[in-house]
Design a protein around this ligand. Structure first.
Ligand code: AHR
Length: 658
């Protein structure tokens, strides 16, 4: 029998003591798992990742580049994050210079005038990085820059990674042979034995006067899988550990842009970095677009994920939109080109372009999302826009599954993307959200953004209790909820790094960590199973929850919520049962567990537990592993046994049972 709303009502009634005499001892909470009953299939792609440029997710985050404002586009008035290096006996000035463009894409360069310098009295320029430059022992950094000089100056320039105050030089190398024509110079900087620090900067200096223009000044540390122009290894490892099935990109609001002109224009994110102008993002800062379309695909490849590709659908955040019809055609064509770039073989124009960019093999693509949160489009143009994209994409790529971001009437999308940002109580009050969803008609569901928003910059244990409760509902219904992803994924925890409170993974310049919510997701996905095992629950205690007060309305009455949330699945081929239980209550709870219909049950199993004393406990950049899952042996298992779930805990029991 399935865990249905009527069973929940029964549990609540029993738990509150209704229909029981005063003498009757409180019934023991129980979960009866029916191993013989048919269960829904679990989608193997249920858990993926959602990403966009927010909270310094790429620049100053996952993307390996260490130089901030490397192409001098971030501020049209001043060379933001650059400063002159001067000392006793030296003088230098810096300024933006639009008269010496590197090319059309990077039209503004930095002019460095060293007006006084001599041996031991250097002049130059420094970049302060993204909240510093991460310096580690025995590490190779690849520094590169484009330079041209005024007559009379050929260098050398000394490139160094040094402390903020210039007192300590961690690594340096000289670059000579500068000329009057733009040329790229590359050098490796290798650190010795150092105490890791971010109180550091990249410096370019000379010990003689001269004028030099600079552009695309870059510094890369080692990257994940040593990809050129690649990603930060520590953050990639956190993601790899989640074993995500897919990556939804490039947004989110970042796909849409504030305006049509500042949408994610994928064609401008391809090829050599010198050809990428970058663009103003919608989260208050510019993007270099160094992490462009092909880099998103590399990211997928490196973590064995499929892309869930969101294509711009003619609507931007400030309500600019392109109505369906001939005006929308270029955007539809852009989406078709983008799909061809991802999936086309090298004989197609955009497949050939991908090969030229360094990746001849096409990528596997199953899902394409048309827009983002188009229910915010006040013009109500989405139905028509969706239909135009739907027809064109289906005509050329009939196998693709198309995702609508709002309800549409004119076509039946394959999936609808639904978003949930809530408190823990709201998540726990709605775990049956998809239990009644039609199994016979209508689109499947993509929960494309969801999160319990408690705690900042990253979420706390109570959020993880809300998230895990919500995941029990998605997993139980993953015959209809076929893909899902949490948002936002990343936050740079440095001052000014966060635009959106409550994020999954936090980092600063040197280190990174997962929130309790991160670990809850990792647990759920590690022990996914392939088939849902129906559960009947009895006598689950409840606790009082005050729902939030809607704007301009009286406070709603308090509600009783169960303290326990659960789902069971099994790995059919391995004969393993995964029982996931969330105890959101303040007390440990002993629960009788019956494995109805089991033929054999191993007496020993394992319990993975995520818990802490207080629901507001959390992980931070300075205490990154305060709350992590702990795996222990459990014994005394059988067709019926009792297990105690700790207060405020997320649990996965793994049991050999057939
Ligand atoms: O996740 C943050 C934002 O929330 C996303 O960009 C947007 O799609 C949603 O409104």
């Amino acid at each position: 029998m399935k865990y249905t709303p009527s069973i929940v009502r029964l549990c609540l009634a029993l738990a509150s003591g209704a229909a029981l005499s005063a003498q009757t001892p409180a019934p023991i909470p129980s979960l009866q798992l029916d191993l013989q009953a048919p269960g829904a299939k679990v989608s193997p792609a249920l858990y993926g990742l959602m990403t966009e440029e927010i909270n310094y997710s790429y620049d100053g985050g996952l993307y390996g580049e260490l130089v901030r404002n490397r192409s001098f586009q971030d501020d049209t008035h001043k060379p933001a994050h650059w400063s002159p290096v001067i000392g006793e006996g030296s003088a230098a000035t810096i300024a933006l210079d639009a008269t010496q463009p590197l090319n059309a894409a990077l039209p503004t360069s930095l002019r460095l005038d060293i007006t006084a310098a001599s041996a031991g009295h250097r002049g130059g320029v420094a970049n302060d990085g993204y909240w510093g430059i991460p310096v580690r022992s025995g590490t190779d950094y690849r520094a590169s820059f484009y330079a041209k000089t005024a007559p009379g100056f050929t260098g050398p320039l000394t490139v160094s990674i040094e402390s903020d105050d210039g007192a300590t030089v961690y690594a340096k190398a000289d670059v000579s042979g500068l000329t009057a024509d733009w040329r790229q110079h590359t050098v490796t900087l290798t650190t010795g034995q150092v105490t890791p620090t971010a109180k550091s900067r990249l410096v370019l200096t000379a010990d003689r006067p001269g004028t030099v223009w600079l552009n695309l000044v870059s510094l890369f540390p080692p990257t994940y899988k040593n990809r050129a122009n690649g990603n930060r290894p520590d953050i990639m490892q956190l993601l790899a550990d989640m074993k995500p099935a897919f990556l939804r990109f490039p947004g989110g609001n970042y796909l849409e842009g504030n305006t049509i002109a500042t949408r994610f224009d994928w064609k401008k994110t391809l090829g050599n970095l010198t050809e990428r102008p970058g663009h103003m993002g919608c989260w208050s800062y510019r993007s270099s677009d160094g992490l462009g379309l092909l880099e998103f695909l590399h990211w997928c490849e490196d973590l064995n994920m499929q892309p869930v590709l969101a294509v711009y659908a003619g609507y931007s955040l400030k309500q600019e939109f392109v109505p369906a019809g001939p005006g929308l055609e270029p955007f539809v064509q852009d989406a078709l080109d983008e799909i061809e770039y991802v999936t086309g073989d090298v004989t197609t124009p955009w497949g050939a372009r991908r090969a030229k960019d360094g990746h001849p093999a096409p990528f596997k693509l199953t899902y394409v999302e048309i827009g983002n949160e188009d229910y915010f489009d006040k013009s109500a143009s989405y139905d028509g826009r969706y239909a135009q994209f739907h027809d064109a994409i289906k005509a050329k790529y009939p196998a693709l599954q198309l995702i609508a971001t709002a309800k549409v009437k004119s076509r039946v999308p394959d999936l609808i993307d639904e978003h949930f940002y809530r408190s823990a109580g709201q998540m726990q009050a709605d775990t049956l959200h998809y239990d009644g969803y039609s199994r016979t008609s209508g689109p499947k569901i993509f929960v494309g953004e969801w999160a319990t928003r408690e705690g900042e910059p990253t979420t706390n244990l109570n959020a993880a209790l809300g998230d895990a409760a919500w995941m029990t509902g998605m997993e139980r219904n993953s015959d209809v909820v076929v893909i899902s992803c949490y948002a936002p994924l990343f936050v740079n925890v440095n001052p000014g790094g966060m635009q959106w409170k409550s994020d999954l993974i936090g980092y600063d310049t040197l280190t990174s960590y997962g929130s309790p919510s991160y670990y809850a997701q990792k647990m759920f996905n590690t022990y996914l199973g392939d088939t849902v095992v129906p559960i009947q629950a009895d006598a689950i205690p409840t606790q009082t929850w005050q729902p939030p007060t809607p704007k301009n309305k009286p406070a709603p009455p308090p509600k009783q919520l169960p303290v326990l949330f659960f789902v069971a699945t099994r790995d059919t081929s391995k004969g393993i049962l995964y029982l996931k239980v969330v105890n959101a209550g303040a007390a440990a709870l002993a629960v009788r567990i019956d494995l109805k219909g089991a033929v054999t049950v191993a007496s020993e199993g394992a319990a993975v537990v995520l818990s802490s004393a207080n629901p507001t406990d959390t992980n931070t950049i300075t205490e990154p592993t305060k709350i992590v899952p702990v795996t222990g042996k459990i014994d005394g298992l059988g067709k019926s046994f009792t297990h105690t779930f700790a207060a405020y805990s997320v649990n996965v029991l793994t049991i050999q049972a057939r």
